[in-house]
Design a protein around this ligand. Structure first.
Ligand SMILES: [Zn+2]
Length: 859
């Protein structure tokens, strides 16, 4: 019998689960588990076969009964490639409610997905094991046979049978604890009706903070022993954001308790399992006194993001993975809202500009995809967890929120959650709720942003009639695809906010651009025109030279930081796209050297790093001199120590500038001063500002020899906090000696680095101009080992490093390798990396000679 192709990854719907009573008995030392489940199913059409998901499980028995006759035993067929289990019964199962019982066994794997093993060294140096789960997108089926699709929601009642010395956490409270044959048997309360990918269980010698009560919800943080003192900051933002979201959503938290757990090995940043959120250690635990602003912001972001999901994602879930953006874009948007409310001085919506800019890079590719995009195979679902889903999604939601007004938008969200609680929903359902609140149709405004790839470039000029003329085209970096199709088509419905100043008085105006062009009447003698005031729009702006000149005169103080950020960021994108000569861009950067905004500098530094990567080796010393000329004055102005009354963003900027000056600027004085301060820090740790220390470490690695390498490798092994561990780890990929980088690469497959980190280390060496050839040879030679060892998403992120292989010869070799090995990273991932590489190589070909004038005189 042939299976219809369209159904290859979707389960039949005549039998659906209502409730799982799940009992699992893991053996952490043997790395195995035994399981038994009884699934209450509703049969809507008589059938002899039941198909559900299972993979890498040995199912030893399957029976079904409905309390009216004898139980019937099924023949079990496992289809490993399809990740399915087919149960065939001797006669048809009639419609109604049945109980399906399955016994099974599996292995606790080392791939950080499904039910897996994480290890850590305890205080005595002995290796200890934690068993944890990571089910999103499609890996619950690796822990227990199930209907592993987000709309097959059910109640889960979990029982864990564990070693009495250990502790276990699952989605809900423990309702009973007893001993049975020398084991501890923990029974957890029924969950709400929810998707399989949100089920979680964590078992080990883990310890919790005392609970803090947020309304009726006890909230705790968990970690392995010895790290409890790093939980305070995470607990603060967790409590704040939980309360914040209860107010914002107008609905109580849907679980019965909330645990946040730091797991020593974790593939992504965190996972929103209802009531048992799991994190990578450095996304939850921190010594707030010793951390940088960026490290603290990351923890606040991730914790708030996961808490936002308890409603958006867990209570109301997308029907299928094509709608993943509903979960992730909203949680990303909501994380900004919560963190902005918690720490207004962090100006979180301004610093979000950097994330928006990253999304615009990917979405400026011909190989971009719409935010909502068809998904069939599990690997395509995995590929959806990218910057388009998260950052572009959050950006367009922010644009919509600003257009409708925050209160109207929030009312629409409340309506959506109330209507679809415990169920599933699609994009159109969100539009209906927002439209109801806004009393205007949302689809015409939003569908272009969600269902089409790309975004517009708005060209701004003054017409002869004294009107402002706006025109929109799709922005792409490369003019044409291989097939010769032009990339310029496309039209969006763009909410545009303008600022127009006349004789020193400025006013805001909102227009909705729906056509290819728009004429806007201006007041007489308008002497300043700014498009995208406030910076919320997901589009780029290109001004005619006279208008741009007037804006540049206002830098820095006459424009808001996000507006300056957009101005320089759009100029850089124009340079990369060939719309502006690279030399003109470098001229323009001179206007921003007096800027003291962290985000503005993020663009300047990013462009410097890119230009450095594409620069031929012979030109690098001259380029380094130019970099010192640009960064040096600002770095000298800020110095090495914080000033009284300085805000967190300024402290972070100091670190960013010093790091760039000592690495890509290769500044000897900075390197020497870093060495002095680091020696001082060894004696008096409080002598160096926490925001400067990581810069010092990076600079010393850049200039470091074998002795420094050995020192940092040891610091990595004995680090006191997850942030310190990460800092010294990453430093090992930043040395400028191929011998030392070869050692780092070797450690990525020998188990010396955790597999959660190893692929990111390879990626860093691929982006290191000294190590990239070496790293690329290493990847080619060890691909099979990496494919076997690394978590899937780690492998995908590692491949992003090919974007750093910016010579024509390397580019050819990269293309040949991926083609010959038939490597598919899911979705459009590989095509996007290759296009980014093409853009960088093309920029290198254009920029080299054109920059000689600047490089000659160091200006
Ligand atoms: Zn998320």
């Amino acid at each position: 019998m042939r299976r219809a192709k369209a159904d290859a990854y979707r389960l039949p719907r005549q039998v659906l689960p209502v409730r799982y009573d799940l009992r699992l008995e893991p053996d952490l030392m043997a790395a195995t588990f035994a399981g038994h489940e009884t699934i209450t199913v509703a049969v809507s059409r008589p059938t002899e076969t039941i198909i559900l998901n299972a993979v890498e499980l040995e199912i030893t028995s399957a029976t079904i009964e409905n309390g009216k006759g004898r139980s019937r035993r099924a023949a079990i067929g496992l289809d490993e490639p399809a990740e399915r289990c087919r149960l065939t019964f001797p006669s048809a199962i009639s419609t109604g409610t049945w109980t399906l019982s399955l016994s099974f066994q599996g292995r606790l794997n080392d791939k950080l997905r499904g039910f897996y093993r994480s290890t850590y060294k305890d205080a005595s140096g002995a290796t200890q094991v934690v068993a944890a789960t990571q089910f999103e997108a499609t890996d619950a089926r690796r822990a227990f046979p199930c209907w592993d699709e987000p709309d097959c929601k059910a109640v889960f009642a979990t029982t864990l049978v564990i070693d009495p010395a250990l502790t276990a956490v699952s989605n809900t409270r423990i309702v009973s604890e007893r001993r049975e044959a020398g084991k501890k048997v923990l029974q957890f309360a029924d969950t709400m009706t929810m998707s399989t990918y949100l089920v979680a269980f964590i078992i080990g010698e883990i310890i919790a903070t005392p609970p803090t009560m947020v309304g009726k919800t006890p909230l705790r943080l968990w970690c392995v022993p010895g790290k409890q003192h790093l939980a305070k900051f995470g607990q603060e933002i967790a409590s704040f954001s939980l309360k914040f979201f209860e107010d914002y959503y107008g609905l109580p938290y849907p679980g019965d308790k909330l645990d946040l757990l730091a797991i020593p090995d974790f593939a992504s940043g965190a996972m929103e399992n209802l009531g048992a959120i799991t994190f990578r250690e450095n996304a939850l635990l921190v010594d707030a006194q010793a951390a940088t602003h960026a490290e603290l912001e990351r923890i606040a972001d991730v914790v708030a993001h996961e808490n936002a999901h308890m409603w958006f994602g867990d209570l109301v879930t997308m029907s299928w993975w094509n709608g993943l953006w509903l979960n992730e874009a909203f949680a990303t948007f909501a994380e900004m809202l919560a963190v902005d409310a918690w720490k207004p001085v962090w100006r979180r919506w301004t610093t979000f500009g950097v994330s928006r800019a990253v999304a615009m890079i990917v979405d400026g590719l011909h190989s971009s995809r719409p935010i909502e995009y068809p998904v069939r195979a599990p690997k395509d679902a995995d590929a959806m967890f990218d910057t388009l889903t998260y950052e572009k999604g959050a950006s367009v939601l922010r644009m919509l929120e600003q257009h409708l007004g925050p209160a109207v938008f929030r009312n629409g969200i409340r309506d959506y959650l109330k209507r679809h609680a415990y169920g599933n929903a699609d994009t159109k359902d969100l539009w209906v709720s927002l439209g109801r609140a806004a009393k205007q149709p949302v689809p015409t405004l939003m569908n272009g942003w969600i269902f089409k790839p790309g975004y517009p470039l708005v060209t701004v000029s003054l017409g002869k009639n004294g009107r402002l003329r706006l025109a929109q085209h799709r922005f792409t970096y490369l003019r044409k695809t291989k097939g010769g199709r032009a990339g310029g088509a496309g039209r969006w419905c763009i909410p545009i906010q303008l600022r127009v100043a006349t004789a020193g008085k400025s006013g805001s105006r909102r227009v909705l651009m729906t056509g290819a062009t728009l004429q806007v009447k201006l007041p007489k003698r308008a002497d300043l025109i700014l498009v995208n005031e406030g910076g919320h729009g997901f589009y780029r702006v290109r001004y005619e030279p006279a208008l741009l000149k007037r804006l540049l005169r206002l830098v820095p103080d006459g424009l808001a930081p996000i507006e300056r950020f957009n101005l320089i960021n759009d100029a850089w994108a124009s340079a990369v796209a060939g719309l502006m000569p690279p030399a003109e861009y470098l001229d323009m950067t001179r206007s921003f050297t007096g800027d003291r905004d962290k985000n503005v500098w993020a663009v300047l530094l990013e462009s410097i790093h890119t230009l450095h990567r594409i620069m031929e080796p012979a030109r690098r010393p001259a380029f380094e001199a130019l970099v010192r000329g640009r960064i040096g004055p600002a770095a000298a102005d800020l110095g090495w120590a914080p000033r009284a009354g300085e805000d967190d963003l300024a402290k972070q900027l100091r670190g960013d500038l010093l790091r760039a000056l000592g690495t890509v600027g290769n500044d000897r004085d900075t390197q020497a001063r870093a060495a002095e301060l680091y020696a001082e820090y060894g004696k008096h740790p409080a002598s160096v500002d926490p925001n400067v220390l990581p810069a010092i470490v990076a600079v010393l690695a850049h200039a470091g020899d074998a002795a420094r390498y050995a020192e940092f490798a040891e610091q990595y092994r004995t680090a006191a906090t997850p942030q310190e561990e990460r800092r010294y780890l990453y430093a090992l990929a930043s040395f400028q000696s191929t011998d030392l980088l070869a050692r780092t690469l070797e450690k990525t497959i020998t188990g010396e680095f955790r597999t959660q980190d190893a692929p990111y280390m390879v990626r860093m060496v691929l982006m290191n101009v000294v190590g990239r050839e070496l790293a690329w040879e290493f990847v080619k030679k060890n691909w099979d080992a990496m494919d076997r060892l690394y978590p899937k998403q780690g492998l995908r992120r590692m491949c992003e490093g090919i974007v750093g292989l910016t010579t024509p010869a390397l580019e050819r070799d990269v293309r040949t390798f991926f083609r010959e090995r038939k490597i598919d990273l899911g979705g459009k991932t590989l095509a996007q990396y290759l296009e980014q590489l093409r853009i960088a190589v093309a920029l290198g070909e254009r920029a080299g000679k054109a920059l000689d004038r600047h490089l000659g005189d160091g200006r």
